[in-house]
Design a protein around this ligand. Structure first.
Ligand SMILES: [Zn+2]
Length: 521
């Protein structure tokens, strides 16, 4: 106990090591906590004989933890009691790290021979503590079937780097709805606290059923079910409607259009070609507001709503041409942002139309606007959250540390979120940069790559960046085969929670080999 507490004060991850077997590996949770010590040579019982003391002002914490232990561990569930733990909680972003304060979600955990103790200021902190413990708990050894679990002796003091930590998930027609649920649950276990859901023609609107493809899987019942799961797990689901460009609800290269390919009578709602909505049409304005309201209600009226607005094209139709472009677009976005605000939410938009294509200041950064749309950075309401996506197209191996575009939006007075994709080297520096400039948050985008090792890496690197730590095996943590132990563990827990029985819902991919391989061709 005394030794553990001494280790606890050292602001680093450390592992006890094993003299008999120096090759032995210690488990660690994902993302790596700010301070962590673990020692599997001194395992601690984690079963029905264990008492977990919870030190949290929120009285709901004990009930939440008891209920989830029962769900996860059945008859082997540890007992949960409220009680003082005397564990220090990080005041800011971790003891001695100098990171900005995100103290509401801080947590501390100690597991030793006397039991398990959790301290947190909020239920959110208790959840993150529980997810760390759950990732580290393994079945006791020596039996055929699980009879209780054990933990390494451990101590953790942790707090997130940024308060808003999101994944952006695309509900494509090709993505199984089970995969969407897996992605949401996994994001929660990796301590993301928001998931933005973009429907891609899959939202089953009752008001405007022509907006979606036939047989949509993002039904109202499914959305409400997932939003409720998210609320319980500590991850808030945020809906998205692309209100400007991307009116096709399809990837550009597909040339599909979720409306006009099947219901051409709705042509007046879109600019010729269908990429943009026709924003001068009052019917477009009515439809978009009704879609936003319907989806916002189905999601349980979350505090944010994403309006898209990336990669738009200048107007073509005779009505839109009557108004100066900047005025037309500003009125459109500001009007919808105000509509969202009246519903108790804040609007989010992608950034790229707000930076002029030819502006030398943004060379090497994503910027798709014209001189006219760039003026929106001066005219849009300043409470719209700018989601600045920077992907370093090409080899995705950038190592840059500064994002002048994010500083620009911050200086203009907007809340700004840094949004990486598969540029893994950039994630931690980007989150650090957002923290440094006092930005809004971090959004890990995933697009059509939510499978295989890309999925694992987007989540591992993104979650770690948002918590201010390196991925194990990089940076200060040294080499370790963490990918196929830690990530497999946490991914498998998601399947258990969903009671998955289908081969397709296991692992990182649906098929290990193309399904048509075993055929005569
Ligand atoms: Zn038009």
């Amino acid at each position: 106990m005394k030794n553990l507490m001494l280790c606890f004060l050292i602001p680093l991850a450390s592992f006890a090591g094993n003299e008999v077997n120096p090759d032995a590996i210690e488990l660690a949770p994902l993302p790596m906590p700010v301070e962590f010590t673990g020692d599997m040579d001194n395992p601690v019982a984690f079963d029905a004989s264990t008492t977990v003391a919870v030190d949290c002002p929120d009285e709901a914490a004990v009930e939440w933890l008891s209920r989830h232990f029962a769900e996860w561990y059945g008859k082997d569930a540890p007992k949960v009691v409220a009680g003082a733990t005397n564990l220090p909680l990080a005041e800011g972003g971790g003891l001695g790290t100098g990171r900005p304060a995100v103290k509401e979600e801080a947590y501390a955990v100690v597991a030793d021979a006397s039991g398990v103790r959790i301290a947190a200021r909020t239920l959110a902190g208790v959840r993150w503590a529980a997810y760390s413990l759950r990732q580290l708990a393994i079945a006791k050894r020596g039996t055929m079937k699980t009879q209780g679990r054990l933990l390494p002796a451990l101590s953790i003091s942790d707090s997130p780097h940024l308060a808003f930590r999101a994944v952006h998930l695309c509900w494509f027609p090709e993505v199984r709805p089970q995969q969407m649920e897996r992605a949401i649950r996994l994001a929660a276990l990796l301590k993301f606290n928001y998931a933005i859901i973009e429907p891609w023609g899959m939202y089953a609107s009752e008001k405007h059923p022509w907006w979606h493809w036939p047989n949509p899987t993002m039904t109202k019942a499914e959305v409400r079910r997932l939003a409720a799961i998210g609320r319980d797990l500590g991850i808030t689901l945020i809906p998205q409607v692309n209100v400007y460009g991307h009116g096709t609800s399809s990837r550009t290269r597909s040339l599909k259009h979720s409306v006009l390919d099947i219901a051409p009578e709705y042509e007046p709602l879109f600019e010729p070609g269908g990429w943009n909505w026709c924003i001068s049409n009052p019917e477009t304005q009515r439809v978009l507001r009704e879609l936003i309201a319907e989806m916002h209600d189905d999601f349980g009226r979350p505090p944010f709503f994403h309006l898209g607005c990336d990669e738009a094209q200048p107007p073509t139709c005779p009505e839109c041409r009557k108004t100066p472009y900047a005025e037309l677009v500003c009125r459109h976005i500001a009007g919808l942002a105000e509509f969202v605000k009246q519903r108790g939410a804040r609007a989010m938009i992608w950034h790229d139309m707000l930076l002029e294509r030819g502006d030398p200041r943004w060379k090497g950064y994503v910027h798709h606007g014209t001189k006219t749309t760039a003026a929106l950075a001066d005219t849009l309401p300043k409470d719209v959250i700018i989601c600045d996506w920077q992907y370093s197209y090409g080899n995705m191996k950038e190592t840059r540390k500064d994002w002048p575009t994010m500083a620009y939006f911050k200086e203009k007075g907007f809340p700004v979120a840094g949004c990486p994709w598969m540029n893994y080297n950039a994630m931690k520096p980007m989150a650090d940069y957002i923290a440094k400039i006092g930005g809004f948050g971090f959004i890990e985008t995933t697009w059509h790559r939510l499978c295989g090792k890309d999925w694992a890496d987007m989540y591992r690197y993104g979650a770690s960046a948002a918590w201010g730590t390196d991925v194990r095996g990089t940076g200060k943590y040294g080499a370790t085969p963490s990918f196929d132990t830690e990530f497999a563990n946490v991914l498998r827990l998601v399947g258990h929670d969903m009671k998955a029985t289908d081969y397709l819902d296991a692992g990182l991919i649906n098929y290990q080999i193309p399904p048509a391989w075993w055929m005569d061709n």
